[in-house]
Design a protein around this ligand. Structure first.
Ligand code: SF4
Length: 427
C-alpha cells in the first residue's frame, strides 16, 4: 500500500490528505471525545447533500432527483463548513443527487483549502478538465460509485452506457493523479461480481486507492427488497472486507463495525449527521426527517447541542439495536417523528408511509457473528477513531432488541428463485 502511495499518487495531494484527513481528522475525533465527556455534542464528520438533481435514475434511490432542482447555495454551504471548522472539523462528505451538477461545487472546494472533501459521485462529470481543477484544489477525493457489471449497472442505474461513462470518470481522475475511491452499494445482483478478489485486483490495477462497500438498504419511495442481502450475504461482505484489508494494497472502508467487529451505526454514535439539499439537518442521508435546518437563525454549534430530536434519535436507537434502525426498526423512527413533530424533508412527501411500509430485516448487526479486524492498522485506527465512543455501553439494552430474523423469509431477503426479475437482471 505504501509503495502504491509513493509511486502512483501526486505527493502534494498525498501530503494534503495526510495532514487534513489524517492529522486534523484525528484531532477532530479527539475534540469530539472531549465534547462528549463534557456532555456537549457536535459530529466530527458532516455530510452535505448539496443538490437533489441527478443525471441518473438509480433503483432504490431515496433522493427526489426528478423534482425541481434545489441546492445548498455556495454561501450557505460555506457558512456551514466555517461553523463546523470552528468546532475542529476538517472533513466533509459531499453528496447529492449528483454533486457535480452543482454549479458552484468546485468554487466551494477552492474556498476551503484547509479542509478535505470526499465527493460521492457517479463519475460522469469527471472530465480531464474537472480532474485537473480538482488536482489543483488538492483537497478533494472523488468516491465514484460502480454498481455492477455493464448490464447490472445499467439496469440498476436506469439507462444504457452508465458503466462505461463511470469508468471514463475513474480513468480521468486516476490519470490526473487524484486519490480515487470506488464505492458500491452491495445487493444480490452485484455481490458475486464486485465483492470479489477479481474486482478489487482490477481496481488496484486501474490506480484506485480505496474502495467502500455499503449494504443496499431497501427504503425510500421505490424500495427493491428483492435486492437486499440476507444475513449470510452480509456476513460474507464483512469477511471479505476484513480479509481484503489484511491482504491487498488498497484501503477498504466500511462504516458499520468497530475493531472487534461489533456493529454500529455512525449516526447513532454521533460520528456523522447529514444536511439535505433543502438545508434540513437529518440523522443520516436515508432518514429524511428533521426538526432543524442550517438556514435557521441559530449557530450550528447550538443546533447540534440543543437538538432534542437528534439526541432522542441517537439514544432511542442505541437503546434498541446496534444495527441500522431504518432496516430493523422503522417503527422507532415513526415514533420519534411523531414525538418531535419532525417534518418530512422530501419533495415527494410520504416518508412516514414509506417507513411504515418497510419490512424489518437484519442489517449489519449480526449478534454472535462478529468478525474482528485482522489488520493491526485498522484495529488501531478503529480503536482510536472509529468506534461507538461508549454509546451502546450507555444505552443498549439487549432485552429491547427485536431480531427481525424472527420474522422469517422477509427479514432474510428473498432468494433468486422467489424473484424472477432478479434472475432476469443476472442474465
Ligand atoms: S441509520 Fe442506517 S443508513 Fe443511517 S447511518 Fe445508521 S446504519 Fe447508516
Amino acid at each position: 500500500m505504501a509503495r502504491r502511495f509513493a509511486l502512483e499518487t501526486d505527493k502534494r495531494l498525498l501530503a494534503k490528505a495526510a495532514w487534513m484527513l489524517g492529522v486534523k481528522g484525528l484531532r477532530s475525533v479527539h475534540k469530539h471525545k472531549q465534547r462528549l465527556k463534557k456532555g456537549d455534542f457536535f459530529p466530527p464528520f458532516l455530510y452535505l447533500s448539496v443538490i437533489n438533481s441527478c443525471n441518473l435514475r438509480c433503483q432504490g434511490c431515496w433522493v427526489d432527483v426528478a423534482a425541481k432542482q434545489h441546492r445548498i447555495e455556495l454561501d450557505a454551504a460555506s457558512k456551514t463548513i466555517e461553523q463546523a471548522k470552528e468546532m475542529g472539523n476538517s472533513f466533509f462528505g459531499i453528496l447529492g443527487g449528483e454533486p457535480f451538477m452543482h454549479k458552484d461545487l468546485l468554487t466551494l472546494f477552492e474556498r476551503h483549502p484547509d479542509v478535505y472533501f470526499q465527493v460521492f459521485t457517479n463519475g460522469h462529470f469527471i472530465t480531464d478538465e474537472v480532474a485537473q481543477r480538482l488536482r489543483k484544489c488538492g483537497n478533494v477525493t472523488p468516491l465514484i460509485s460502480v454498481e455492477g457489471s455493464e448490464i447490472i449497472s445499467d439496469t440498476r442505474r436506469g439507462r444504457d452506457g452508465v458503466l462505461n461513462q463511470t469508468m471514463e470518470g475513474i480513468r480521468a481522475a486516476v490519470r490526473n493523479k487524484l486519490l480515487v475511491g470506488v464505492c458500491t452499494s452491495v445487493c444480490k445482483s452485484n455481490i458475486d461480481d464486485l465483492v470479489s478478489d477479481k474486482w478489487v485486483d482490477r481496481l488496484i490495477e486501474m490506480g484506485v486507492m480505496y474502495c467502500w462497500f455499503h449494504i443496499y438498504r431497501p427504503v425510500g419511495p421505490e424500495p427493491n427488497p428483492q435486492l437486499a442481502l440476507s444475513s449470510e450475504e452480509q456476513r460474507r461482505v464483512r469477511q471479505f472486507v476484513v480479509d481484503t484489508r489484511a491482504t491487498k494494497p488498497i484501503i477498504v472502508i466500511d462504516a458499520y463495525h468497530d475493531d472487534a467487529g461489533n456493529a454500529l451505526c455512525p449516526a447513532v454514535t454521533g460520528f456523522t449527521h447529514h444536511v439535505g439539499p433543502w438545508g434540513d439537518i437529518e440523522p443520516c442521508p436515508v432518514i429524511q426527517l428533521a426538526t432543524e435546518s442550517i438556514h435557521d437563525d441559530v449557530p450550528l454549534k447550538d443546533t447540534f447541542n440543543q437538538s432534542t430530536f437528534l439526541r432522542d434519535f441517537r439514544e432511542l436507537t442505541a437503546g434498541n439495536t446496534r444495527g441500522c434502525v431504518i432496516m430493523e426498526r422503522p417503527d422507532l423512527l415513526v415514533e420519534l417523528a411523531e414525538k418531535h413533530g419532525a417534518r418530512d424533508t422530501t419533495a415527494r412527501g410520504g416518508v412516514i408511509d414509506e417507513l411504515k411500509a418497510v419490512s424489518p430485516r437484519r442489517s449489519q448487526y449480526q449478534p454472535g457473528d462478529e468478525i474482528p479486524e485482522r489488520s493491526f492498522v485498522y484495529r488501531w485506527a478503529k480503536k482510536y477513531a472509529f468506534n461507538d465512543f461508549g454509546t451502546y455501553a450507555k444505552h443498549f439494552k439487549s432485552s429491547n432488541y427485536q431480531d427481525p430474523q424472527a420474522d422469517g423469509v422477509a427479514s432474510e431477503g428473498a432468494t433468486p428463485e422467489d424473484t424472477p426479475d432478479l434472475v432476469q437482471i443476472r442474465t
